[in-house]
Design a protein around this ligand. Structure first.
Ligand SMILES: Nc1nc2c(c(=O)[nH]1)N[C@H]1C(S)=C(S)[C@@H](COP(=O)(O)O)O[C@H]1N2
Ligand SMILES: [Mo]
Length: 316
């Protein structure tokens, strides 16, 4: 794991006063206290160009289970984003010039009011910070302070029909910008899906930022999904299309390797990947392995979504 070099980080060049930033971001007083602990000010979420890079320092904070935040340099420097490269330490460099403006997200399918949202429209939804564990299916994990809003708020705005059972998400398809999409061994574009009740759950986030600044390309700028109780591959990056559908969508991973990747992908220490155990994981930055938590530690919140599912089915 090679952290991003400071020489690769473009300095921030647009600042708002903290007060203006808080107004723009719609933050509450509690978050203001958190931000006040930062030595430097974050880039404004609403107006910073996609190419400006986060220069906020890592913060001395933890999630609700007392796991320290993964340092910002690690979150930026180690990313899975196959549209650019299969090498997680090279994504930051290869995605540097990725253009995220203009950007639109078309929301449609089985809805009353289909609507195409400009990225700036999405930023008018009241944003909040959520510290979540991100558990990759490859058995590593990070603790990331996301910025965003519950997907449910966007879905309510388009008024889902009662026939809508699933939500299907699509990443941008643009091989000129995303060299990995020239690799024909994957059925691009990247697609993921959720069942309607999973999509409407309050933990399910549309993220526009992390560490108090806009998302960088390697983390899925300008907007990505975060579903913290599922393996990381469900948390699709750089979304351009969201459709409400009747049938369970086929994801890129289901199409690529159905023996190893399924629709549910709920984190479960008892269901091994066909090629490795999921019983333990490594929190990036630590040397020891720790035990994987059922539903990644969010069972109290989401176990109720799955009353009938056989545990052994949860992976496939
Ligand atoms: N479009 C797209 N989304 C993606 C991926 C990808 O390759 N392409 N990788 C997934 C995987 S495997 C993981 S673990 C997470 C990683 O998110 P992060 O790099 O921001 O930590 O993004 C997910 N979303
Ligand atoms: Mo992953």
């Amino acid at each position: 794991m090679v952290p991003i070099k400071s020489s690769e980080i473009t300095p921030e060049h647009i600042y708002l006063s903290r007060r203006k930033f808080l107004q723009a971001a719609g933050l509450f007083a509690a978050n203001a206290v958190l931000l006040a602990a930062c030595g430097r000010q974050p880039t404004p979420l609403a107006t910073s160009p996609a190419t400006s890079v986060v220069a906020a320092p890592s913060r001395d904070e933890a999630d609700e289970l007392s796991n320290a935040l993964t340092p910002l340099a690690t979150v930026l420097g180690y990313a899975n984003y196959y549209e650019f490269t299969l090498n997680p330490t090279a994504v930051a460099r290869l995605s540097q010039g990725f253009s995220t403006s203009p950007w639109q997200v078309a929301v449609g399918g089985l809805v009353n009011k289909p609507k195409t949202f400009d990225i700036d429209d999405l930023r008018t939804f009241e944003q909040e910070e959520r510290i979540y564990r991100m558990r990759c299916v490859e058995a590593w994990a990070m603790v990331i302070p996301w910025f965003g809003f519950p997907l449910s708020r966007l879905l309510k705005e388009v008024e889902p029909l009662s026939t809508a059972k699933y939500v299907r998400f699509e990443t941008l398809y643009d091989p000129d910008q995303m060299p990995g999409q020239k690799d024909r061994s994957f059925p691009w574009p990247y697609v993921e899906g959720l069942r309607m009740d999973e999509a409407m759950h309050d933990l399910t986030l549309l993220a526009t930022g992390l560490y108090g600044s806009d998302l960088q390309p390697q983390n899925g700028a300008p907007v990505r999904l975060v579903v913290p109780w599922k393996y990381g591959f469900k948390s699709i990056k750089s979304i351009v299309k969201i459709d409400l559908v009747e049938e369970m969508p086929q994801s890129l991973w289901m199409a690529t390797n159905p023996r190893e990747y399924g629709f549910w992908a709920n984190v479960n220490p008892e269901v091994p990947h066909p090629r490795w155990s999921q019983a333990t994981e490594r929190l990036i930055g630590e040397n020891r392995r720790r035990e994987t938590l059922f539903l990644n530690g969010y069972a109290d919140e989401v176990a109720g979504l799955y009353p009938d599912l056989d545990l052994r089915d949860w992976y496939y």
